[in-house]
Write a new protein. Structure first.
Length: 256
């Protein structure tokens, strides 16, 4: 699979000159191509005899060139574009609209209310943010239905907080807004711990070695150290949220 100039996808022809997964990948010239995001299976692939057939094209997405890093000082922003949830549906059809078992909407515009919540939300009880600084890598979103690798997506994919804008009403919720692609520190590959009421307790990530005796309590710490819990949140400072922070579902729903 390869992405040509103009963002069209081809399965043969022009040679791949770069991976295409990162914001520093060169723009392909005529007769050249870059790869599609990572090494995902392409449209029509059945992953071998008896495998699942991929009926949706690979998604459009771009990551910063340096992405496997802690986020204690700045977020790592992956620019998710068209096809994110549709690609997931290949192997997880029971979670999507046509199954009748939909758990959460996906691939739909956020709309004015949800985008407004996201852009206002700082933490539990604090809606004092603005769209200019509201992006949070723990709760990412899909940039509309964009497949514009060359300009839109690659310019959003940064790790230095040079782009911190939150979503427009036309941007979309995707599976990866709440889940990681393969694994996370929590049940069901969620991006935050949905099994406890508070993910931050007394101003810190809970843990068996927490400074706060409250944050050490087993119902919050669940046998983990503060370092283990912090790492599962990309080493994001606990001070980025409320002293007693509830589920990050509230970034969009503001029910806390």
């Amino acid at each position: 699979m390869r992405r040509l100039a103009g963002n069209t996808i081809a399965t043969s022809g022009a040679p791949i000159i770069a991976s295409g997964s990162y914001n520093n990948s060169p723009i392909p010239a005529t007769g050249e191509a870059v790869g599609v995001y990572r090494l995902l299976r392409g449209l029509g692939s059945d992953a071998g005899t008896g495998g699942v057939t991929f009926t949706n094209a690979v998604p459009a997405a771009v990551a910063p060139a340096s992405y496997n890093r802690g986020e204690s000082t700045s977020d790592t922003r992956v620019a998710y574009g068209a096809g994110m949830s549709d690609f997931c549906a290949t192997c997880h059809p029971g979670m999507h609209v046509d199954s009748g078992n939909l758990v959460h909407v996906m691939n739909q515009n956020l709309g004015t209310t949800i985008a407004g919540n996201y852009n206002s939300y700082v933490g539990s009880g604090d809606l004092g943010n603005t769209i200019a600084t509201s992006y949070d890598s723990l709760i990412p979103f899909q940039t509309d239905n964009s497949a514009d690798y060359e300009v839109t997506l690659r310019n959003l994919a940064v790790n230095d907080n040079s782009v911190t804008t939150g979503p427009a009403s036309t941007d979309r919720v995707a599976c990866l807004s709440c889940h990681r692609a393969h694994a996370s520190g929590w049940e069901h590959m969620t991006r935050w711990d949905n099994d406890i009421e508070m993910i931050i307790v007394d101003g810190e990530w809970p843990g068996t070695d927490a400074v706060s005796l409250i944050a050490q309590e087993a119902k919050w710490a669940k046998g983990r150290t503060t370092a283990e819990r912090s790492a599962a949140y990309n080493d994001t400072p606990a001070t980025d949220y409320a002293t007693y922070q509830r589920s990050l579902c509230n970034k969009c729903h503001a029910k806390d």
